[in-house]
Ligand binder design. Structure first.
Ligand code: VGL
Ligand code: ZN
Length: 203
């Protein structure tokens, strides 16, 4: 898949009005976690590359986190489909220690009530309002997992009118059914997300 087929290569370079959005890079989604995403740890060094680029340009960083109460409805003991994960305040819910989030990063907690799940960072949060207040128009989105929270966050961002760059080298899928990640990527590009890699926006 070619990623540099846009008219002007500089259009994808981060500029004022842009923000980096890191989705759910939390211990429980990483190797050893209770809902480990296959090869999920591989996104961390790549995201650190994006973080350096956004820091160098003085651009804002947002990070969503799954932030569930102890007996969340998405957990198997409660009749849900997932093993318990990302319980608020536990080690599993912490961001990956190696992820170099700046102190200025804005954290968006989601799915923090027992009855509701939220795969999108916009669902049940004031994230859209915060972005509008900060005059953000374009979002560079990567993290975990491609086929759940990244997909739903990108979908909502596009629906809300943001221009979306999908960090193609900094996403990984749960792939409960084989091919789900690939189909999610295809859906995101079909809806208008533009695939980029860190090499393309560096320099
Ligand atoms: C997620 C499954 C359950 C995600 C969250 O962050 O993609 N996946 N909860
Ligand atoms: Zn969850």
């Amino acid at each position: 898949v070619r990623t540099m087929d846009r008219a002007n290569q500089d259009d994808c370079k981060p500029q004022p009005g842009d923000a980096l959005l890191i989705v759910d890079v939390q211990n429980d989604f990483l190797p050893g976690g209770s809902l480990a995403v296959p090869r999920g740890g591989e996104v961390v060094p790549v995201l650190n590359g994006y973080l350096r680029i956004f820091a160098a340009r003085g651009l804002p960083v947002y990070a969503t986190r799954d932030w569930h109460p102890e007996r969340h409805s998405s957990f198997r003991p409660q009749g849900g489909i997932w093993p318990p994960h990302c319980v608020a305040g536990t080690r599993g819910a912490e961001f990956a220690a190696a992820l170099q989030l700046p102190p200025s990063a804005v954290i968006i907690s989601k799915a923090d009530t027992a009855e509701r799940d939220a795969y999108s960072g916009f669902q049940g949060t004031n994230f859209d309002q915060q972005l509008r207040t900060a005059s953000i128009q374009r979002l560079f989105i990567g993290g975990l997992a491609t086929d759940y929270c990244v997909l739903n966050t990108v979908r909502d961002a596009l629906r809300l009118g943001y221009e979306v760059f999908l960090l193609a080298d900094a996403i990984r899928a749960v792939d409960v059914q084989p091919g789900k990640g690939l189909r999610a990527e295809q859906e995101m590009t079909r809806l208008g997300a533009q695939r980029i890699t860190v090499e393309e926006i560096a320099a």
